[in-house]
Ligand binder design. Structure first.
Ligand code: CP
Length: 386
């Protein structure tokens, strides 16, 4: 029996329900949450003297997490993709991110969470937002951080990515944050991790950028609420080369977005199986009609073969988001962009800097999301062992 089916129904109250076995842990979690620990964290190590009576809401909390116990045991020690991640897990990470944002004013308790741990930021591709926000997030949680700079490393003498990783792992690290140019390369690195070491994908080729997907969802949720079922979301641009688009699509589908449209030149669309559940609309003016969230994507010229677009001017005139075009979306529509932006190509200055843009809010949210992900992987035993 799938536990989730039980906990969503009136079976919740039946004594034979398997999630009943989590009653005690849920009560403990409730106590810990009251004491200032993040939502979703189920701890069993410390003795808890005061266990509150089981209330319906607490029991539902247990059921909610019990559903995750059906997941394979090693899937969640690391964060490599949002593909196949359940709605419950994504929402738990978003809740923990929001909790992090409520804690940052004094930050003292947060600095205990990764105290004594070492986080290595290993970026083999350029980055402004992701690398800096992982660094800040790790520091705010009390970790030691090493920022590896590939441009002045022995990579330049021909050392491989895997050898570089193995050498840094040998120096002692608890968590690696890695960005690589090759899609799927982190699967190979994962097989070489020591058992206690955690791995987060900070972007691999065109495959996945899971923390960007999460921070995008957090930003949408802050403007549009937790229920995505009535939302019309549009992704515009170079979806074929975009790891951000792939992670956004996985997350939007998991969260039950009402309608997902994609728009861009046919030459920049991925294989149709990657767009299952989406509607392709070739004309941007048409695609924008009644949209709640416009997710603009960067034209990835560094990953693009010649000839996929006629010229940057042509691209802007067909697919660039301008204030006039944006009027076709809902009046309260928000505009996102993962950065870095090609201003005047996929987005005009007046939209990027305009009142509907939430682009800098995405960047702020990136710190909280990365704190939540690192904290969860290192500290939340329920998450990693379930
Ligand atoms: N959004 C994003 O990944 O930006 P950076 O390449 O600057 O990290």
């Amino acid at each position: 029996m799938r536990w989730r089916a039980g906990c969503r129904s009136s079976a919740c109250g039946q004594s034979t329900h398997p999630a009943k076995s989590l009653q005690l842990r849920a009560s403990i979690a409730f106590v810990w949450h009251k004491q200032g620990y993040p939502p979703g964290e189920l701890r069993t190590k410390r003795p808890v003297r005061a266990v509150l009576p089981i209330q319906h809401s607490v029991f539902q909390y247990a059921c909610h997490h019990a559903s995750e116990l059906n997941m394979p045991s090693s899937s969640y020690r690391h964060l490599l993709t949002l593909k196949d991640m359940s709605r419950n897990r994504i929402e738990a990470l978003l809740q923990r991110s929001e909790w992090m944002q409520t804690q940052t004013s004094d930050g003292k308790s947060l600095r205990e969470r990764l105290k004594g741990r070492t986080v290595i930021n290993l970026f083999f591709e350029p980055s402004t937002r992701t690398r800096s926000s992982f660094q800040l997030a790790a520091q705010r949680l009390g970790a030691h951080v090493l920022n590896f700079d590939a441009s002045i490393s022995s990579i330049r003498k021909g050392e491989t990515v895997l050898d570089t990783f193995l050498n840094l792992q040998a120096m002692g690290a608890d968590l690696f944050v890695i960005r690589v140019a090759e899609s799927g390369a982190l699967e190979d690195i994962r097989t070489h991790l020591k058992p206690q070491v955690r791995l987060i994908n900070a972007g691999d080729g065109r495959a996945a950028h899971p923390t960007q997907g999460l921070l995008d969802m957090l930003t949408i949720r802050q403007h549009k609420g937790e229920d995505f079922s009535a939302l019309k979301v549009l992704l515009v641009g170079d979806i074929k080369h975009s790891r951000v688009a792939r992670s956004d699509l996985h997350a939007l589908q998991a969260l039950g977005a009402g309608e997902i449209r994609v728009c861009g030149p046919a030459s920049l669309m991925p294989d149709p199986h990657e767009l299952q559940g989406c509607t392709y609309v070739a004309c941007l003016d048409e695609a924008l009609q009644d949209i709640d969230v416009v997710m603009m994507l960067r034209l990835q010229r560094e990953r693009m073969e010649e000839g996929l677009i006629a010229s940057l001017e042509d691209y802007h005139s067909a697919f660039g988001l301008t204030p006039n075009r944006l009027k076709r979306a809902r009046p309260d529509a928000i505009v996102t962009h993962p950065g870095p932006m090609n201003r005047g190509v996929e987005i005009s200055d007046s939209v990027a800097d305009g009142p509907q843009s939430v682009i800098l809010q995405q960047v702020s949210n990136g710190v909280a999301v990365r704190m939540a992900v690192m904290d969860t992987l290192v500290n939340d035993r329920t998450w990693t062992t379930s």
